[in-house]
Design a protein around this ligand. Sequence first.
Ligand code: TYD
Length: 206
Amino acid sequence: MRGKFITFEGCDGCGKSTQLKKLSDYLTEKGVAHVFTREPGGGKISEQIREILLNGKNGEMTDECEALLYAAARAQHLSDKVEPALSEGKLVICDRYIHSSYAYQGYARGLGVDFVKKINAYAEESYSPDLTIFINLSPKDAFARKKGADENDRLEQAGLAFHERVYEGYLALAKDGKNIVTVDGKGTPDEIFAEVLTALKKANCL
Ligand code: TYD
């Protein structure tokens, strides 16, 4: 049987990494065959594209170029890592996916949902997640939690107003989207993880 595809989303510093680590420990303990991956990245070529995208020296990159590079990294990642794992029946857990492109490029950069949809049509049609978990934490709360942000990260240089727009984008996506579950990011890591597990079980992903 083909594996399930789960994605995690949220603003920078929302606590995704902590939850992904907890999920990894849980799945290993339960003996569930799974693969963890991330976007942008997750393979040789897509990690090279990631380096271009997150390099703080690339400040002159146009918004369109940025959106297309995320889409390009995604196409390669799906072929290199996601498809092989799904066809082996493994659970694939991806740290960020298309919702990030909608929130960051579509809403926050102002390119619009239609533009992002168009350039990601292939991914959306063939690899729509079985479940997306949105960890709902505002940028103010996230920044307060994430002390010492990386100054060289081009996206983190964008400032609070940009991240507020990202957040608004996520809230809109979570309201309208299918297969997306919102988890309250203000709880303790254990409380959040309990909600994550409930969502996974409810969606028959565990
Ligand atoms: P990363 O350091 O992995 O951030 P995080 O730990 O918060 O996930 O950097 C990934 C950055 O790329 C993050 O700021 C979100 C951004 N991003 C987009 O703007 N569009 C996308 O489609 C994806 C996948 C990520």
